[in-house]
Design a protein around this ligand. Structure first.
Ligand code: AHM
Ligand code: MG
Length: 345
């Protein structure tokens, strides 16, 4: 009898396409010699909640969970039923694990103290972003930021634990519930994307080490607000049109960001007369995507400052956001500052 040894291809085994998220997290953990495994567990908890939210969004049309919930959140926006459901799912997942001591959520007025003072991490989350697209089968997303608390574990949560700059994030990511469902995250060592395989109930590495193109030919902005823009934004968008760039705007930040990250492009949500500080929230929308952008070689700014350098002063603080391919963001920022663009073109 002949016995043949099975010789698996061990080259780059750790991070090869098809690796499960769970295995990837475990392998990555060994990159940090003193890691205790809590962050890894936290990422798994988020992935589990994402699977549940994915299931809810997929069958929303059949289970009477579409439409408005009947309440407005602290920002005066009408909550959708799925916003509320996603919030509950993530709250449960994050509170059960024991790694998290406090949560900031778009759907909650105040910081949620999980009464777990031994938890090392603070999470800021938009459980379901792109509310206006929920009921019409258009891509939506979850955005999350993870911070290590500053005050010692075991003591009560303090403001300084919550109000940290984006540059202090230890991990950040998003889930895109789109034509396929993807989880994209960073722990500060590059960006990796995982596609959800529904029948197996697993996320698999599909986009290892994502690198954003330096430039692109897509601009994403709500042009319906043009009359409310400042001159700088008008000038930049005019330039995009003169160059015959493509306009692509879904109205779901995660989806617009994800496309531009892979294909090259810029997303802008500037200050407008209606929203003088922009619309998007620093803590649980802009910061996470800014970290991912930078880790992938792209950029994020509010028009004059790096997003990750902004010190938050309030929980639901808004910020203008220009994010995407580095050369495009630099050029847009220069135009906003009134610099002579001709020399830049
Ligand atoms: P939301 O958190 O209430 O869903 O709002 C955020 C969304 C982003 O996903 C999207 O890019 C933006 O709001 C769209 O806003 P607008 O309709 O003003 O263009
Ligand atoms: Mg949102």
């Amino acid at each position: 009898m002949k016995i043949l040894p099975y010789l698996p291809d061990r080259s780059g085994l750790a991070y090869s396409v098809g690796t499960t998220l769970d295995r990837f997290i475990k392998l990555k953990q060994s990159d940090f010699p003193f890691a205790s495994g809590e962050l890894s567990q936290l990422l798994r908890d988020i992935a589990l909640a994402a699977k549940i939210v994915n299931r809810e969004t997929n069958r929303a049309g059949l289970s009477n969970i579409g439409g408005a919930f009947g309440q407005v959140n602290v920002q005066g926006e009408e909550q959708q039923k799925l916003d509320v459901i996603a919030n509950i799912r993530f709250m449960r997942a994050l509170s059960k694990g024991g790694e998290v001591c406090a949560i900031v959520s778009e759907e909650e007025d105040s910081v949620i103290d999980l009464q777990n003072s031994s938890g090392k991490y603070v999470v800021a989350i938009d459980p379901l972003d792109g509310s206006s697209n929920i009921d019409v089968n258009i891509s939506i997303g979850t955005i999350f930021s993870i911070y290590r608390r500053i005050t010692p574990a075991g003591s009560p949560i303090q403001q300084e634990d919550i109000m940290q700059k984006g540059s202090e994030q230890v991990a950040a990511g998003y889930v895109l519930y789109g034509s396929s469902t993807m989880l994209v995250y960073t722990t500060g060592c590059g960006v990796n994307g995982f596609t959800y395989e529904q029948s197996l109930g697993e996320f698999f590495l599909s986009h290892p080490d994502i690198r954003a193109p330096k430039s692109g030919e897509i601009y994403s902005v709500n042009e319906g607000s043009q009359l409310d823009w400042e001159a700088g934004i008008k000038n930049y968008i005019t330039l995009c049109k003169e160059r015959r760039y493509s306009a692509r705007y879904i109205g779901s930040l995660v989806a617009d960001f994800h496309r531009n990250l892979l294909k090259g492009g810029i997303y802008l949500y500037p200050a407008t007369k209606k929203n003088p500080s922009g619309k998007l929230r620093l803590l649980y929308e802009a910061n996470a995507l800014a970290l991912i952008a930078e880790q992938a070689g792209a950029m994020a700014t509010d028009g004059s400052r790096r997003i990750l350098d902004i010190k938050p002063t309030s929980l639901h603080q808004r910020t203008p956001l220009l994010i995407g391919s580095s050369e495009m963001v630099q050029e847009a920022e220069a135009i906003l500052k009134g610099e002579d663009v001709k020399s830049l073109i």
